[in-house]
Design a protein around this ligand. Structure first.
Ligand SMILES: *[C@@H]1O[C@H](CO)[C@@H](O)[C@H](O)[C@H]1NC(C)=O
Ligand SMILES: *[C@@H]1O[C@H](CO)[C@@H](O)[C@H](O)[C@H]1NC(C)=O
Ligand SMILES: *[C@@H]1O[C@H](CO)[C@@H](O)[C@H](O)[C@H]1NC(C)=O
Ligand SMILES: *[C@@H]1O[C@H](CO)[C@@H](O)[C@H](O)[C@H]1NC(C)=O
Ligand SMILES: *[C@@H]1O[C@H](CO)[C@@H](O)[C@H](O)[C@H]1NC(C)=O
Length: 400
C-alpha cells in the first residue's frame, strides 16, 4: 500500500538462475525478527505492528496485521510469551477503538492515536476509504479467536464487526460495488488503482470474513448468523458474473480497470467458490502463464498487462510496484490452490524460490525481505516487509 511519496531505491542483483534450497528454519527465525522489530509503541503503551521492520510505513495497517495473525500465529504467540507487555489483542482493540461512527474501519492507526481511513498521505488521501478494511478487520478478529482459542474478543467486538461489513457498499447482486464516478480504493495491495463497478477482491474478502464470523456466531451464541450468511451467499451466487471466458480468469472489476486479476482468481479458488471445473480451469491458466512469476513471486496481472486508471493522476511506471512488480504476499493462498489442483511441482518451487531469494538477498540481514521485486533495477517498496515473510512461512511446511 501507499502512504509515502518516497520509496527506497535498491541495488538489485539478478538471481533468477541461482537456486539454493531455502531453510524453513531461516525463514521462521527471520519472520520472528521482523515481527519483533516492526513494532512501535502507541498511546497507552500498546504495541502496534507496522507492515515493515525498516520504519518505512510507521503505523499499524489493518490488512497487514490481519495477514500476520492469519499466517504467523505461532510466532506471535512466541513473542507474547517472551514479552511482558506485548498483547496482540490490545493491538487489535487499538484499531477497533478507531472505527468510524458509520462503520468504516481505519486503513491504518498511528502511534499518536490518529486513525487514517484512506490510502495516500494523511493530507492528500486518494479517496474516503479503502473498501477492504472492514472485511480485513473482521478476518483479524475471527483468525485471532480461532488461532488463540479465545472467543471472548469476538463476543466483545461482534456488534462492531457487523457494522464494518455492512459499511461495504454492495450492488443489488451482493458483490462489493465501487462508484465509477467517485471511486474509493479497493484492495490495499493495489490501492493506487482506481477500479470500479463490481469488485472481485473485496467481494471475496467479504465472503471470507462473513463465513468466519457466521461460524463463530454459531459456536459462541454471540450475535446473529443470518446477516453474515446472507452477505456470504450474495457473493457466492454472483461472483461468476466476473468470470472472463477469453482469459479463463476472473476480472478484478467490471467497469474501470476491468482486467484479469491473478491474485483474486487464486483467492477465489482457495475459498472454493464457483464450480470445481472452473476452479481447475483457473489454476491451469495460472500455471501456464510462466511470465507471471519472478523469483517465485507473483504479478497482479498477466504479463504484459498494466493498469489503465490510477489515483494520483498516473499509475506506477509499468513493471514497478503495484503495476507489474512481483510479490510474495499472494503466495499464501496461491500455492495451496496450485497444490490442490494438480500443480505440485510449480507450487513447491514457488514457495522455495521465494524463500531462498529472500535468504540470498538478505545475507543474514532481514532488510533483504522486500515488499516486491522487479525485473529491472531498481526495485521499489519497503525493506524488511513483514507480509512477504509471514505469508510464505506456512507454505514451506506444506510443500515439504
Ligand atoms: C536469527 O535471526 C537473528 C536476527 O536476524 C540472527 O541474529 C540470528 O543469527 C538468526 N539465527 C539463525 C539460527 O538463523
Ligand atoms: C467513497 O464512499 C463514500 C461512501 O462511503 C462516498 O460518499 C464517496 O463519494 C466515495 N468516493 C470517494 C472518492 O470518496
Ligand atoms: C488451540 O487449540 C489447538 C487444538 O486444541 C491446539 O493445537 C493449539 O495449540 C491451541 N493454541 C493455543 C494458543 O492455545
Ligand atoms: C453503492 O452501490 C450502489 C449500487 O448498489 C451504487 O449505485 C452506488 O454508486 C455505490 N456507492 C458508492 C459510494 O460506491
Ligand atoms: C542491513 O542492510 C541495510 C541495507 O540494506 C543496512 O542499512 C543495515 O545497516 C544492515 N544491517 C545490518 C545489521 O547489517
Amino acid at each position: 500500500m501507499r502512504s509515502s511519496g518516497t520509496t527506497p531505491l535498491l541495488g538489485f542483483f539478478l538471481l533468477s538462475h541461482v537456486f539454493v534450497v531455502a531453510s524453513s528454519t531461516w525463514l521462521e527465525n527471520a519472520t520472528l525478527a521482523l515481527l519483533e522489530r516492526c513494532q512501535v509503541t502507541g498511546v497507552g503503551g500498546v504495541q502496534l505492528f507496522t507492515p515493515d521492520a525498516s520504519a518505512f510505513y510507521g503505523a499499524q495497517w489493518t490488512r497487514d496485521l490481519s495477514y500476520m495473525v492469519q499466517y504467523a500465529p505461532n510466532l506471535l504467540q512466541q513473542l507474547e510469551r517472551s514479552s511482558s507487555r506485548l498483547l496482540v489483542e490490545d493491538a487489535i482493540r487499538y484499531t477497533f477503538q478507531r472505527q468510524r461512527s458509520d462503520g468504516c474501519m481505519p486503513d491504518r492507526v498511528q502511534a499518536d492515536g490518529l486513525a487514517v481511513y484512506s490510502p495516500g498521505e494523511v493530507a492528500t488521501p486518494f479517496a474516503d476509504h479503502a473498501m477492504d478494511n472492514g472485511p480485513f478487520a473482521v478476518k483479524l478478529v475471527v483468525d485471532y479467536s480461532n488461532n488463540w482459542n479465545d472467543t471472548s474478543l469476538f463476543c466483545e467486538l461482534e456488534p462492531q464487526l457487523l457494522k464494518a461489513l455492512e459499511f461495504v457498499n454492495k450492488s443489488q447482486t451482493g458483490l462489493a460495488f465501487n462508484d465509477p464516478l467517485h471511486p474509493n480504493c479497493t484492495y490495499g495491495f493495489f490501492d493506487t488503482v482506481a477500479a470500479s463497478g463490481s469488485i472481485l477482491f473485496v467481494s471475496l474478502l467479504l465472503f471470507d470474513a462473513s463465513v468466519g464470523a457466521a461460524n463463530l456466531v454459531r459456536l459462541t451464541g454471540c450475535g446473529k448468523a443470518e446477516p453474515y450468511e446472507s452477505m456470504a451467499l450474495g457473493v457466492a451466487l454472483s461472483v461468476d458474473t466476473l468470470f472472463d471466458a477469453q482469459t479463463s480468469l476472473f476480472l478484478d472489476a467490471d467497469m474501470a480497470n476491468a482486467l484479469p486479476d491473478v491474485w483474486g482468481s487464486a483467492y477465489l479458488v482457495s475459498l472454493g467458490l464457483s464450480t470445481r471445473a472452473r476452479r481447475q480451469q483457473v489454476m491451469n491458466t495460472l500455471a501456464s502463464h510462466r511470465t507471471l512469476w519472478q523469483h517465485g513471486q507473483l504479478r497482479h496481472l498477466p504479463f504484459p498487462l498494466v493498469w489503465e486508471k490510477c489515483f494520483d493522476g498516473e499509475c506506477p511506471s509499468p513493471g514497478t510496484y503495484q503495476n507489474g512488480a512481483f510479490w510474495a504476499t499472494p503466495l499464501a493462498w496461491t500455492v495451496p490452490a496450485l497444490l490442490h489442483y494438480g500443480h505440485e511441482a510449480l507450487a513447491r518451487s514457488l514457495a522455495e524460490l521465494a524463500a531462498s531469494f529472500f535468504e540470498l538477498r538478505s545475507q543474514g540481514n532481514i532488510t533483504g525481505i522486500l515488499e516486491c521485486v522487479n525485473t529491472q533495477t531498481p526495485s521499489e517498496g519497503a525493506l524488511a516487509y513483514v507480509a512477504s515473510a509471514t505469508n510464505i512461512v506456512p507454505l514451506l511446511r506444506l510443500v515439504e
